[in-house]
Ligand binder design. Structure first.
Ligand SMILES: C[S@@+](CC[C@H](N)C(=O)[O-])C[C@H]1O[C@@H](n2cnc3c(N)ncnc32)[C@H](O)[C@@H]1O
Ligand SMILES: [Zn+2]
Length: 274
């Protein structure tokens, strides 16, 4: 299913490499993933989330605090996938939490599914490949997806950058895109500790060119975070980590317990005729 980033021809998976008909080869790492990011597609030596952010995300997600979101996402995707073999892409898969739980859920329901994941972060993809060993993972950019046109049944994206033109290109004519966005009250309790005057997230229009919205679901609940490590790992995986005044970070570092909101939108889009 992956395409060669050089010539766009399909890649065939051999024992240790992916190879295209023009002889371009990409090693399969011992963890099972492949690096399809060309040197000229990199903005830095190690683009995407760094190992600290990936580690924090894994610790936090393993605490189960976002399992409710993951369950709702799985339910949404299940309702859109037929029992026949579906090809699903996690665009911006991070360390693979959602891909692994989705694969588990769909196969438990007896559905045949192939899950692909791409992310710019090599550390993310390495972890994802380990977490979801039945999936196919590549280091790649979602602004230049390594897939042919009209080949994927469903693309989903949790908190990662969006590239609707690429999602449109790779989706089959009747394909779906499912996006998770933070809603207004997301992590408000965390922001109340970090900032003197926290703001709610601005609600935005969910419209995307080339897509029609077919469903909007809001998932909101309260999280009780009961250790400093869980609180700190949540903080480390958010953008606030890079833009919080020292005083706010110090207040947070003293907490052993934090109650904060989880507030998400799950938006389903159908590919339009174009
Ligand atoms: C907020 S994290 C979300 C990760 C994962 N979906 C999750 O929720 O656990 C955003 C992810 O987008 C990735 N990312 C950023 N720019 C990207 C790009 N151009 N192409 C692919 N991934 C990208 C980062 O490396 C990071 O893993
Ligand atoms: Zn090639």
């Amino acid at each position: 299913m992956f395409c060669c980033p050089n010539c766009k021809q399909p890649l065939t998976r051999l024992e240790h490499v992916y190879r295209c008909e023009n002889g371009h080869c990409f090693d399969i790492a011992s963890g099972g993933y492949v690096n399809l990011l060309l040197a000229n597609q990199k903005s830095s030596k190690n683009p995407g989330d760094n190992p600290t952010m990936i580690g924090a995300r894994t610790y936090f997600l393993n605490s189960g605090s976002y399992s409710c979101l993951s369950d709702h996402l799985n339910h949404t995707i299940d309702s859109l996938c037929s029992a026949n073999s579906s090809v699903i892409l996690d665009a911006g898969c991070g360390e693979g939490y959602y891909a692994q739980r989705l694969y588990q859920q769909l196969t438990n329901l007896g559905k045949s599914v192939q899950i692909f994941g791409i992310d710019l972060s090599k550390n993310g993809v390495k972890s994802a490949s380990k977490r979801c060993s039945s999936g196919y993972f590549a280091v790649a950019s979602l602004f230049d997806l390594p897939f042919a046109d009209n080949t994927i049944d469903l693309v989903y994206n949790v908190f990662s950058p969006l590239c609707p033109t690429e999602f449109f290109r790779v989706l089959k004519p009747d394909g779906y895109f499912v996006a998770v966005y933070p809603a207004a009250r997301h992590l408000f309790g965390l922001k109340e500790v970090l900032y003197e005057n926290p703001y709610e997230n601005a609600e935005k229009s969910f419209e995307l060119d080339g897509f029609q919205i077919t469903d909007k679901k809001r998932v909101s609940y309260t999280m009780d975070l009961s250790s400093q490590q869980t609180i700190y790992s949540l903080y480390t995986m958010t953008p606030y980590f890079y833009k919080t005044p020292l005083s706010g970070a110090e207040r947070l570092a003293k907490l052993e317990y934090l109650q904060t909101e989880a507030d998400f939108w799950i938006i389903t889009y159908e590919k339009t005729a174009g």
